[in-house]
Ligand binder design. Structure first.
Ligand code: GLP
Length: 260
């Protein structure tokens, strides 16, 4: 696992956008797995800026969703489908046809989950999966004690996650209890995992995920099992890392052509 400590969220966004750009230059129809929440927004802004400046052609890129609320009415502005279309697909000038996601309003949720795993595999698998991290260490919506081998399935949110996400809804009661999420096993199949975490509120979760044992209690610790995982953190989110100086020195000495 590589840990890169950046000055702030914008620097993290630019670094990851450059890596996505390099991937799309190598593989123009790459499948990009995207996350929701506030943290990845600087990545999407930096990527959009590259496209608008004419420095990057994303016209053949494909976008895959990581997770989704269950039971929100179709088209609800806070469904993750709506969020990804609004924050990623539209700004990049992509068509909805380039977008893959699970059906959060399906009557048979389990069938929708299984269909999504098949769709991801059928699309050739995710090339780069962008991840955030919950304050409880979740990735996607894989809450603590999710199986490290889990596939896309329905999960119940913890009270902490519902409180964290209440800011996106008019009232905390509106946050759904149930979600669909790519499983940890599904996420680990992506060719490159890039987790971005910013702010003091993520410092404990980051330290446990990066320097703690691999444990279902801290779902993000599963990144330790992946052969190409990059964790990008700002100074605040890095503040509880014991090896911070080592991570800084390692990245400073890295030849630029290697990328992340
Ligand atoms: C939600 C999403 C996660 C995201 C997390 C953190 O729970 N399902 O994918 O990583 O929120 O969100 P934020 O980046 O807003 O802190």
């Amino acid at each position: 696992m590589e840990v890169v400590i950046v000055k702030d969220a914008a620097a993290g966004g630019a670094l990851i956008a450059d890596s996505v750009a390099a991937l799309l230059r190598r593989r123009p129809d790459a499948l990009l797995g995207v996350a929701t929440g506030s943290t990845p927004l600087p990545v999407y802004r930096a990527l959009t800026a590259l496209v608008r400046a004419g420095a990057l052609d994303v016209s053949r890129a494909r976008i895959a969703q990581l997770d989704e609320y269950v039971g929100l009415p179709q088209g609800h502005p806070e469904s993750y489908r709506s969020v990804v279309l609004r924050e990623v697909v539209e700004p990049l000038g992509l068509d909805e046809a380039a977008f893959l996601g699970p059906d959060g309003s399906a009557e048979d949720v389990q069938a929708a989950c299984e269909a999504y795993d098949r769709a991801l595999a059928g699309a050739g698998g995710v090339d780069l999966q962008l991840l955030g991290i919950g304050t409880d260490g979740h990735i996607g919506f894989n809450e603590p004690c999710s199986s490290l081998a889990s596939r896309t399935r329905i999960k119940t949110l913890t009270r902490q996650t519902r409180e964290d996400n209440a800011r996106f809804f008019d009232s905390p009661d509106e946050v759904p209890h149930h979600v669909i999420t790519q499983g940890i096993g599904t996420i680990l199949e992506a060719r490159h995992l890039v987790l971005l975490a910013t702010g003091e509120g993520k410092a404990d979760a980051v330290a446990q995920a990066v320097e703690g044992p691999v444990a279902a209690l801290v779902p993000a610790s599963a990144l330790q099992l992946h052969p190409h995982a990059t964790v990008v953190v700002d100074e605040a989110a890095a503040s509880r890392l014991k090896l911070a100086d080592y991570f800084r020195a390692t990245f400073a000495a890295k030849p630029e052509w290697q990328g992340i």
